[in-house]
Design a protein around this ligand. Structure first.
Ligand SMILES: Nc1ncnc2c1ncn2[C@@H]1O[C@H](COP(=O)(O)OP(=O)(O)OP(=O)(O)O)[C@@H](O)[C@H]1O
Ligand SMILES: [Mg+2]
Length: 462
């Protein structure tokens, strides 16, 4: 694919598939705008005006990718891949540059020593020297921050590359005992094990990834590097903040902000004796999750593993979606619906089309419908000792008048502040999210607005 490209190849000869992959990096957060303003005519003037920028912008509403359209347009001139790569590199869009010319190795290898004072990307070369914080007198050379530079204008916070040995140290050699037994293990999932550690007194969660059978380490590493580049631009109050990563040894790790109240799954189950979540808290958690998903979808990302274990709660019980991105690792995509050979996700949450390998934002909406049922009932998403086994199927029992389960009986007895009309609204919404036909499901924007009106009526009541 990209191996046949050289610096001299014309942009118009970049394959459609590769343009789509580029759009994955450049559409989120409007990174394509950095590119468009750097494109110049042979005379040196900017090729595109603000009016052009607005025209490309308006294509998003038509479901088109501004990156793909920009490349189509610019490609009508004799511009080359080399020029495009130079522009990408000048904006530190290194993963996108490597996609075109893999030999343009971006040095993810230079890592920061944890023992050195925490240096943020505000030290990045994009800032004038005199604005940088003082460097220590013996640091004649650049501090050992790595190359994913932080653009001060975008306001992205610290995002670092760590040494695996340092992550090993802060997690007590990845101590597999649970926290209550004096170890550092927070939990385990499909991609690896999560450990707690402290970075300069800040608690963090370190996920140590396990290579998967269908993805050798090399391939996982490439995907991982590209994914990291994408994820660092996805920033939202309702997404778990990624602090950094390590990829210097045979093990890949991702470091996340530590979420003090664990997962929604565990809090609904009142694991370790935690207090039950109130109805009001649950509505706010549903709203926060829908906001996070809306942000991902509007940035052309499908989560593919929406579930209560991936909804984490910070010290104020604000919902933060985790593991966005990882699950897309082996996706091959075509326009808005992607297909994959590797079925990703968790059975108890999966939409019928997701089980067939289709990837669409509507499958996230379906999975979110299951989360809404968990929030209402406090029940786990699957219980093999029960009939039906899956929570998503319990709807049939509630909707069917011959069955004796009413909505009131379904509601979690561990909360006391619920209102029937609000519970009905959320149940109705969950049902529409869980429609087998994806075209009948609401889009996440509609889901969010429904939940917002419940939250609003909830605040009026209290
Ligand atoms: N940032 C974090 N802060 C606190 N706890 C976390 C954090 N990330 C994960 N955990 C804990 O670790 C557990 C395991 O997480 P992990 O993401 O590996 O698995 P999962 O969510 O169950 O499944 P999946 O692999 O599909 O995401 C979570 O359920 C949660 O309890
Ligand atoms: Mg997870």
């Amino acid at each position: 694919m990209s191996s046949s490209l050289t610096s001299a190849t014309y942009v118009r000869n970049i394959s459609y598939g590769l343009r789509r992959q580029l759009s994955d990096f450049l559409d989120p957060q409007d990174r394509w705008k950095d590119v468009i303003v750097s494109i110049r005519k042979p005379s040196g003037e900017q090729r595109y005006s603000q009016l052009h920028v607005r025209r490309f912008e308006s294509l998003v509403a038509q479901g088109k990718s501004p990156t793909v359209e920009l490349l189509n347009d610019w490609g009508t001139s004799n511009c080359t891949v080399g020029e495009l790569v130079d522009i990408l590199k000048s904006h530190s869009l290194l993963a996108a540059a490597c996609l075109l010319l893999p030999e343009e190795k971006y040095s993810l290898a230079k890592t920061r020593q944890l023992s050195s004072p925490l240096q943020t990307y505000r030290d990045a070369p994009t800032r004038p020297l005199d604005e940088r914080p003082n460097q220590s007198p013996n640091s004649g050379s650049t501090p050992e921050t790595q190359v994913l530079s932080e653009n001060s204008e975008t306001g992205h916070t610290d995002f670092s590359s760590f040494l695996f040995s340092d992550l090993r140290r802060i997690t007590g050699n990845f101590d597999d005992r649970s926290i209550s037994d004096g170890g550092s293990r927070l939990g385990e999932g499909g991609f690896g094990t999560v450990y707690k550690g402290f970075l300069n007194n800040r608690p963090v969660a370190v996920k140590k990834l396990n290579p998967m059978d269908d993805m050798p380490l090399d391939k996982l590493r490439d995907q991982f590097n590209q994914e990291i580049q994408t994820l660092r631009v996805l920033k939202h109050e309702n997404l778990v903040d990624m602090v950094g990563f390590s990829c210097d040894e045979q093990q890949l790790c991702i470091v996340y902000a530590y979420m003090a109240n664990g997962s929604l799954l565990d809090r609904l189950a009142c694991l370790d004796g935690s207090l039950p979540l109130s109805w009001r808290q649950r509505c706010l958690i549903a709203e926060g999750t829908a906001r996070g998903l809306e942000y991902l979808h509007s940035n052309h990302h499908v989560h593919r593993d929406v579930k209560s274990a991936n909804i984490l709660l910070d010290e104020n019980f604000v919902a933060k979606i985790s593991d966005f991105g990882l699950t897309r690792a082996s996706a091959k995509h075509t326009s808005t619906t992607m297909m994959t050979e590797r079925i990703v996700g968790t059975r108890a949450y999966m939409a019928p089309e997701a089980l067939r390998g289709q990837i669409t934002p509507k499958s996230d909406v379906f999975s979110f419908g299951v989360v809404l049922l968990e929030i209402l009932s406090g029940l786990p998403p699957a219980d093999e000792n029960k009939e039906p086994q899956f929570l998503m199927e319990i709807r049939d029992n509630i909707d069917d008048e011959d069955e004796d389960l009413t909505l009131e009986q379904f509601v979690d007895k561990k909360m006391t502040d619920w209102e029937l009309s609000q519970v009905e609204s959320i149940y109705c919404l969950a049902s529409s999210c869980l429609d087998d036909r994806k075209n009948r499901r609401p889009v996440i924007k509609q889901v969010l607005s429904e939940i917002r009106s419940v939250v609003k009526s909830n605040s009026l009541d209290s």
